[in-house]
Design a protein around this ligand. Sequence first.
Ligand SMILES: *Cc1c(COP(=O)(O)O)cnc(C)c1O
Length: 361
Amino acid sequence: MPERVYNFSPGPATLPYEVLQQAAKDIVNFQDSGIGLIEISHRSKQFMAVIEEAEQLLRELMDIPANYKVLFLQGGASSQFFMIPMNLLGDGKKATYLNTGVWSKKAIKEANQFGQIEIAYSSEEAKFNRVPAPGEYVVADDSEYLYFVSNNTIYGTQFPEMPKSEKMLIADMSSDILSRKLDVSKFGLIFAGAQKNLGPAGVTLVIIREDLLERTPKNVPTMLSYKTHADNGSMFNTPPTFSIYIVAQVLKWLKAQGGVDGMEKINREKAEMLYNAIDSTDYYRGHAEPGSRSMMNVSFNLPTADLEKKFIAEAAAVGLDGLKGHRSIGGCRASIYNAFPREGVVKLVEFMKEFQAKNPA
Ligand SMILES: *Cc1c(COP(=O)(O)O)cnc(C)c1O
């Protein structure tokens, strides 16, 4: 087996090694049943225990109030862009969106099909290098909800504090769920594609306040109604069993790291190391404004595009993989989600110093 590299990929992203090792065994023979994990019925006792464990751990780790449902859906985070307004906005109803990147823009495009969408803030002209401060936008009185993306994966920006509003909050937390403390009760709905901070691709977590399940218009297809999945414990049809199993394992691992509090502490430390390295020289420049910096995705530039290319290639050659920035802003991006080990950040910081010394601007 090749030596494991440090994988800075933005998603699908690195997972805890012990989770992968356990999964490798369980895929072949799940709990000594003689049947592989991905072969068992989703309605078997064994799988029912897995999905229940995943939900219980999530409830415990995120302190999810009893009046919220936890759903494991398919269609990726991107399907939530339309499911949210389709279920929660009626004709002529209004919702407010904060435009902080590609993922919010896509959500806005879909929401426009279902209601009246107000964009209360946009950082698009500045290449989405920041998120708004609390006083920088107004949520209309007749808005049903305030929608935002808590962490902007591509640009490396993150709301340092969650927005506050009289209206219910709806957030895309695909790239920072379970990375820091959160008050779920302020939200109507939270969703996250699993492949960044929770597990493999194939499952999308939705946490929805129960009363909202009654809002869905009658003409919404059965599979696209939240109520269908809530009423059936995410088992209306075959759920993505393998992905849900991995999520359960990742949550167990996370609990062992000290839960969300423990994770947040480690995440802050990792991000600080990297931003300190960036700030200690003019050679590296962060893309995000300091007040909007993400703990999960650290985007930065080198003096020239050629140096960036060389940096990415030479880093990969020493086991620091996946540092290429998103094509929309170029440069480099280090994605350091929950499961990304601290030692990998230490190694990257060392590499940055060496590279600068060998390749003056
Ligand atoms: C990756 C990502 C998405 C898209 O997720 P899919 O599961 O591929 O649809 C949406 N929002 C954010 C914040 C993301 O990082």
